[in-house]
Design a protein around this ligand. Structure first.
Ligand code: OGA
Ligand code: MN
Length: 306
């Protein structure tokens, strides 16, 4: 890293920052990795401009951030690279899909349906759909630290210490209801992914800040609450957290690498591009180093004695 070429650009949104002047094809120094992690933790979403990584280079870069999740079931990972998924509306010559067509089109945070949710997600845009010189297919984010901090005190009191159930099927069934062509889950697939419980308010293991952990994509109910009370609270939270002041909209540039923190944000893909306006991304998901430790994030007391 030559100090002079690095440039950090911050827009007006509370989250999201852009890093320019770094080449991710080269081995990274400890200082570069630290810079990337610090930007990610302090801004929750980090774009790195002007990259052109092939699959091996992409995997090598992502592995600096932690162990990669291996997707054993998705048909859209790269052959021989179970850690690398493809999101794409391109077609093979035989008409088959090149990648997942409609990933992430409702608000969610990655793998909250898992006992070990994703830590960071990484996307690399090899093609960005453009119309009239403007990019399409933005990815939208919500700052869940800010959403939590802005909740009325009595709501915070009610959900602090509460646990919610997260269910993979909610998202999948909703996607089909919205018109997705993905085949419905078989009973065997359903049985493999029972709902999991997570604290509704997390304390970030690195920043120590509290965040709201409830995503419309997967969160189905609050444990121990009546169905009506639980539904009312979740509906209110899902509406509240999408206030414009908490949102950041990432406008893609070809070559962008985008990283986000899955605890302090939720996100959503924007399906505003047509079948011949190509959007092609490679993806990886970074696990926490200590998956078991993640469940303790609500209980963790990170305060420093005075
Ligand atoms: C994802 C996702 C959003 C997008 O990859 O997890 O939700 O805009 N992607 O492609
Ligand atoms: Mn996602």
């Amino acid at each position: 890293m030559s100090e002079s070429s690095i440039c950090i650009k911050k827009g007006n949104s509370p989250i999201g920052v852009r890093l320019e002047g770094i080449d991710l094809r080269k081995p990274l120094s400890g200082a570069e990795v630290l810079l990337i992690e610090q930007l990610l933790y302090s801004h929750s979403v980090l774009a790195i401009s002007d990259q052109n990584l092939d699959v091996p280079a992409w995997r090598a870069f992502c592995m600096y951030l932690g162990p990669l999740h291996r997707n054993a079931t998705s048909p859209f990972h790269v052959r021989d690279y179970p850690e690398i998924m493809v999101l794409s509306n391109k077609r093979n010559p035989d008409g088959s899909q090149v990648g997942a067509l409609d990933a992430g089109q409702d608000w969610h945070t990655d793998m909250s349906y898992n006992a070990e949710p994703g830590k960071f997600t990484a996307l690399h845009a090899l093609d960005v759909p453009m119309r009239d010189g403007q990019p399409l297919g933005d990815t939208q984010f919500c700052d869940m630290y800010a959403a939590y901090a802005a909740l009325p005190a009595e709501v915070r009191e009610r959900i602090d210490g509460a646990w919610a159930l997260h269910d993979f099927h909610k998202y999948f069934d909703e996607a089909i209801r919205r018109g997705s062509t993905r085949p419905p889950l078989t009973p065997e697939q359903r049985a493999k992914r029972p709902p999991v419980r997570h604290p509704m308010v997390g304390r970030h293991p690195v920043t120590g800040r509290k965040f709201l952990y409830a995503d419309p994509g997967y969160t189905v109910s609050i444990e121990g609450w009546s169905a009506a009370e639980s539904q009312r609270m979740l509906d209110d939270l899902f509406e509240f957290q999408l206030r414009p002041e908490f949102l950041y909209r990432h406008r893609w540039r070809r070559g962008d690498v985008l990283l986000w923190d899955n605890w302090s944000t939720i996100h959503k893909a924007t399906a505003d591009y047509g079948p011949t306006e190509y959007r092609h991304m490679i993806r990886a998901q970074i696990n926490a180093f200590e998956p078991q430790g993640m469940m303790s994030f609500a209980a963790l007391d990170t305060s420093v004695p005075a």
